[in-house]
Design a protein. Structure first.
Length: 176
């Protein structure tokens, strides 16, 4: 995904947060209203940065000032109402053939909501200000998969947005 990173989180500057690398587009906006182009995969992201660049080029979308991200989603999603982990899969009607980048830098882990079961709706750490109660890094992300799982299982996300919740490893790409 290519996003314009939100870098003025004055409401959490005191927590040492410089910017928001959230998976959802509530704060750090996607490069375009990309779903309308139907080039995304079954996870509602893109199989490679090249697809994003081709889409932007063919539709006159300026990618200046965007950061390219690569996401790896944990194979289970958390149902907060049932307090259990459940399997999920990409939407089968879309081609999902993700190209893993050769160079990627792990920035942390985000938790995103998927009540509609398509694209990420909300990242409660930033959208619901849970970063005030849950320790995050300078990108408003959790430090580990284990920390993300524990935060969900202990109910720290319960009074934010409706789930289910999915955990993503968030990487930045040096070159797109």
């Amino acid at each position: 995904m290519a996003k314009k990173v939100f870098n003025d989180p004055t409401w959490i500057k005191k927590l040492g947060v410089d910017d928001v690398y959230s998976v959802s587009g509530c704060m750090s906006k996607e490069f375009a209203d990309y779903i309308n182009y139907w080039k995304h995969n079954g996870y509602w992201f893109f199989n490679s940065p090249e697809i994003i660049m081709e889409l932007a080029s063919s539709h006159g979308i300026d990618l200046t000032g965007t950061t390219f991200f690569y996401y790896e989603v944990y194979e289970l999603e958390f149902d907060g109402d049932k307090n259990e982990w459940l399997p999920f899969a990409p939407e089968a009607s879309f081609i999902t053939n993700v190209v893993v980048p050769n160079e990627k830098h792990l920035e942390g882990y985000d938790v995103a909501t998927f009540s509609v079961r398509t694209s990420p709706e909300c990242s409660p750490l930033s959208c619901n200000l849970l970063a005030r109660e849950i320790k995050v890094n300078r990108h408003c992300l959790l430090s580990s998969l284990e920390e993300a799982k524990q935060s969900l299982e202990s109910g720290k996300f319960k009074n934010s947005e409706s789930g289910p919740y999915r955990i993503f490893a968030v990487y930045t790409l040096e070159k797109a």
